[in-house]
Design a protein around this ligand. Sequence first.
Ligand code: ZN
Length: 220
Amino acid sequence: MINAVEALTRLREGNRRFVAGESSSALSSSARREELVAGQEPFAIILGCSDSRVPAELVFDQSFGDLFVIRVAGNIVAPSQVGSVEFAASRYGTRLVVVMGHTQCGAILATLEELQGGATSQSRNLRSIVDRVRPSVETLMSGRRPPSGDDLVRDAVRANVRASVNHLRHGSELLEKLIQETSLLVVGAEYSLETGVVDFFENVPVAAQQGLFGTAGLVR
Ligand SMILES: [Zn+2]
């Protein structure tokens, strides 16, 4: 299995091809599909939003078997999402987890609407999503100089991604163990609907050189 830094490089290169309109044409070849019947070894785990405009395989120009993708509205982290990440990381040895939010996320907009006194959802199920998003957005809005307008939406999207990253880093004994022992890396990112660019929140290779994530597994 490739390490987290290599996996991140692969995602960055794929996104660059996607943005440049140079996506690979053989993404869904039947040969590759048949090859994978025997087993999979996805090199990255992506926790992304269900939004129809943010398909992980396409924006990273990856094929069958490359990405283990979990999609849920608002890229929230509830127990089943933690369990899915735990499953892939321990079963396949995948070393990189990316939580990917996106600009103009409907789940974030719905949460902001509710916090600003707008309509509240009557559905308990829908509320369970908004309730997961709300704490980080509330923190943002209760600051000394809370952002407003487009800035508020942008900051809320990023705060929500960071909350999900923190939850994955610290909300699971198994993942904490993998982070310490195998240098599993959990990073946040934001996809821009407008440009197609994925902006990773941390410059991981630099951080790895500085020892911020523990370099042992990263250079293996
Ligand atoms: Zn969304």
